[in-house]
Design a protein around this ligand. Structure first.
Ligand code: COI
Length: 353
């Protein structure tokens, strides 16, 4: 399928690095692909970044039939543009879509569209340390029809946003409140899919955490409220007595691409790592015994986010003196080093534009 290109006549001014934050600015162009039942995906096009017009009855507004992805592009010191494991994102997009009864996109076409869009928007990729171009592919259900049934029309879009740190305080440790009342997902639900509803339902926990002076929520399992699942918009890792532990994927946890990359890096560096069920009691016990050495979250947006404090059942547990742990720093440096081309990529993860 040939991608039609319409370039803008009104280029925007690029934001200063200091103003970037996360997801506040968008580039000059976007990619759109339509789906119509019986016809399939059609009309791939790159157009000037613009609002989209939808009927107020569009299914996405009422029943949340939508999925999204998040990945980043980086520019190297020698001016190459690098993508990190983009095939994995389009594969996961289709897995999320399958759960939401959305037809899959052609992963090769999606990657080709992204490459063409990035070629046009190359100047938008910031190059200061800690910055990148965040890529947000997403699909929405566009049928204007209120019956609860899969839409017969969709739009797949890719928008781009130059970003700095996800958290205002960068890689500095975050404070986490263990949520006891609400849950994010249950096995069999949509926790594994990257769909808007999971994030909407996490807002209440986030609000409660913020009101208590915490940055993020740590979600426990939906059934017993005992086992650790995810933190905020990230997967979570604990270093206990020399071994790194992350909750095993169980159907309600997002299969993070950064999570998988960190497991691979740990294996490569011969640092013991386990994917298994881990209860909050085990973590608290390890803290009390002085064995909880570090904890950190992982995600595309946040990269590596060290955890400086946990609050559980009104008790506060400070980790690693509230400072960035050695392992968190090592993993941050290794991962961002590979992503920005400063370090060799022994895993074959980097796709050059
Ligand atoms: C990402 O890390 O890309 C995410 O999807 C998190 C996002 C909800 C900010």
């Amino acid at each position: 399928m040939k991608i039609k290109i319409e370039l803008t006549q009104n280029k925007k001014e690029k934001p200063a690095t200091s103003a970037l934050g996360f997801g506040k600015f968008f580039t000059d162009h976007m990619f759109i692909l339509d789906y119509t039942e019986g016809k399939g995906w059609h009309d791939p096009r790159i157009v000037p970044y613009q609002p989209i017009t939808l009927d107020p009855s569009s299914k996405v507004f009422h029943y949340g039939q939508t999925v999204f992805e998040g990945l980043k592009a980086y520019v190297t010191e020698t001016n190459d543009v690098l993508l990190f494991r983009p095939q994995n994102n389009f594969k996961r997009l289709n897995l999320s879509s399958a759960r939401l009864c959305i037809p899959p996109v052609d992963e090769e076409l999606a990657l080709e569209a992204l490459k063409q869009l990035l070629t046009i928007e190359r100047e938008w990729i910031p190059n200061a340390p800690g910055t990148s171009l965040y890529i947000r592919p997403f699909v929405i259900a566009t049928d204007s029809y209120l019956s609860v049934a899969p839409s017969q029309t969709y739009q797949f879009m890719i928008i781009l946003s130059p970003v700095g740190s996800y958290y205002a305080n960068g890689i500095n440790p975050v404070k986490i409140l263990v949520e006891q009342q609400y849950v994010r997902a249950v096995a069999g639900g949509t926790g594994e899919a990257k769909t808007g509803g999971n994030y909407a339902s996490s807002l209440k926990g986030q609000e409660l955490a913020n009101e208590d002076g915490y940055d993020q929520t740590l979600w426990l399992d939906g059934k017993e409220h005992r086992f650790v699942e995810e933190v905020g918009s990230m997967n979570i890792f604990f270093k206990i007595n020399g071994t790194v532990i992350t909750p095993a994927l169980n159907g309600s946890i997002l299969a993070g691409i950064t999570r998988d990359s960190i497991i691979n890096i740990l294996n490569y560096k011969q640092i013991p790592v386990e994917e298994r069920q881990i209860s909050i009691d085990e973590i608290i016990e390890a803290h009390k015994n002085g064995q909880l050495e570090e904890a950190f979250g992982t995600g595309t947006a946040a990269v590596i986010s060290p955890i400086g404090e946990l609050k559980y059942l009104d008790e506060k547990f400070v980790l690693n003196n509230g400072e960035i742990g050695q392992l968190s720093q090592l993993l941050y440096d290794t991962l961002t080093g590979i992503q920005t081309g400063k370090l060799e990529d022994p895993f074959g993860w980097i796709v050059k534009l």
